[in-house]
Design a protein around this ligand. Structure first.
Ligand code: AMP
Ligand code: MG
Length: 398
């Protein structure tokens, strides 16, 4: 058996190699950019009027001229006009090109207009006032967004501005969620006395969808030949298989054996942790990855957030922020393994205070309702006293 740290390190050294695909702009939110985004022109692309008002040549104002006859109107979306007579002015609208031979915009609020003559009421006029200069935000060809950035609404605005109707992104892996077990029935069925509904599949699917990843749910019974056939088929259509159940020492725990038959190389089986000890991880040469999680609902839950989510993010170059919580009550656990303690957190002056909410072990799904995440009580630490700081693995957003 290996430690949690070793398990994480093996998983992180076996990342998925995503394909690069082109998707329409309106479908790329939440995905990772697979190309750098350059300014296709200066931003703004021309000296842009920032206020509705009038544009003048400021030198006329400095020669003490205060009244200017309107020579024309420069609307937004119109080619640039020219001020032919510097003693006159041009009315300008926000978003318009600054007319040639003018260099200052005076707001309507600071002028009076009568019979097409503008009188300026303000005492000063500065050259380029109320003008957003060409290239001021960024010059043509500047890198605006780096490759590997996770796209959010802010990035969408830039992508649209530079004309990216199609965007190169890293394709998320195709994931199969496979529950194994003869006792499992689907959510919509009424279980017999000795059966249970397969909740793990839906937890995993929802967690993946929260990351923008589609997943398909499968159920396989505990029969070796059937399991081999079903998994073989699932592999042809998916990059990643997340299994729940069938990896412990039970008579019908065939998962490791079947994965071996299918050419998946075991990278570890068994992690010194509670819950989730029988966790199995392996890869196949054709860029397939298998996370075989123990079926206990809390084990599945914890293993997803501790191992699979960071693996997906790292594979798609998404950076994660580590969080830490301060243990709010002393806790005793003396086995030589890492304990994942369910905690409720509260933010006090920017620090996370983590209060344990103890349940009945790894089958107790209901307890997860009371907690926000797991505090990772590392194996190397022997004293879990109040006030100590530990890594916090969040499943409920703040
Ligand atoms: P196993 O890892 O197959 O030994 O299963 C451990 C426990 O988890 C058993 O009580 C199973 O019934 C339960 N279990 C397995 N798969 C699921 C699932 N998809 N949803 C809920 N419980 C499950
Ligand atoms: Mg089972």
């Amino acid at each position: 058996m290996i430690t949690v740290e070793e398990a994480s390190s093996i998983i992180q050294s076996n990342l998925f190699k995503p394909r690069e695909i082109s998707v329409p702009l309106d479908q790329c939110n939440g995905m990772t950019l697979a190309e750098p985004i350059h300014a296709d022109r200066d931003f703004p692309p021309f000296d842009r009027v920032m206020m509705d008002g009038v544009a003048i040549a400021s030198k006329s104002f400095y020669s003490d001229q205060r009244n200017f006859t309107i020579e024309g109107v420069q609307m937004a979306g119109m080619p640039q006009l020219t001020l032919n007579d510097p003693s006159k002015c041009i009315e300008v609208m926000t978003g318009a090109v600054l007319p040639k031979n003018t260099d200052a915009v005076i707001r309507y609020e600071d002028v009076t207009i009568e019979n097409r003559v503008v009188s300026i009421n303000s005492d000063t006029v500065e050259s380029m006032q109320n003008v957003h200069l060409q290239g001021m935000d960024s010059a043509k060809d500047t890198v605006l967004i780096r490759n590997g950035t996770k796209i959010s609404t802010a990035e969408i605005g830039i992508l649209a501005t530079v004309g990216k109707g199609e965007v190169m992104v890293y394709a998320p892996p195709k994931v199969a969620i496979v529950s194994t077990g003869d006792e499992l029935v689907s959510v919509r069925e009424i279980p017999k006395e000795y059966q249970i509904r397969q909740s793990n599949s839906h937890v995993l699917k929802a967690a993946l969808m929260g990351m923008g990843i589609e997943a398909t749910i499968f159920h396989i019974i505990d029969e070796q030949a059937q399991m081999n056939k079903a998994m073989d088929k699932i592999f042809t259509e998916h990059d990643v298989m997340i299994l729940s159940g069938g990896v412990s020492k039970g008579r019908k725990d065939f998962v490791p054996e079947v994965l071996n038959e299918l050419g998946v190389k075991k990278l570890f089986h068994g992690v010194k942790q509670r819950p989730g000890k029988p966790f199995w991880f392996g890869t196949r040469e054709d860029n397939k990855t298998v996370f075989a999680l123990p079926g206990n609902p809390v084990s599945t839950f914890m293993c997803f957030y501790k191992y699979i989510k960071p693996w997906i993010n790292a594979s798609l170059l998404v950076k994660e922020k580590a969080e830490f919580g301060i243990l709010n009550e002393g806790f005793t656990f003396d086995k030589p393994m890492t304990y994942f303690l369910q905690v409720k957190v509260s933010n006090v002056d920017g620090q996370l205070i983590a209060t344990p909410v103890q349940g009945q072990g790894s089958g107790d799904l209901g307890n997860l309702l009371l907690a926000d995440g797991f505090l990772e009580l590392e194996q190397t630490v022997s004293n879990f006293s109040k006030g100590k700081v530990f890594p916090f693995i969040r499943y409920r957003s703040a």
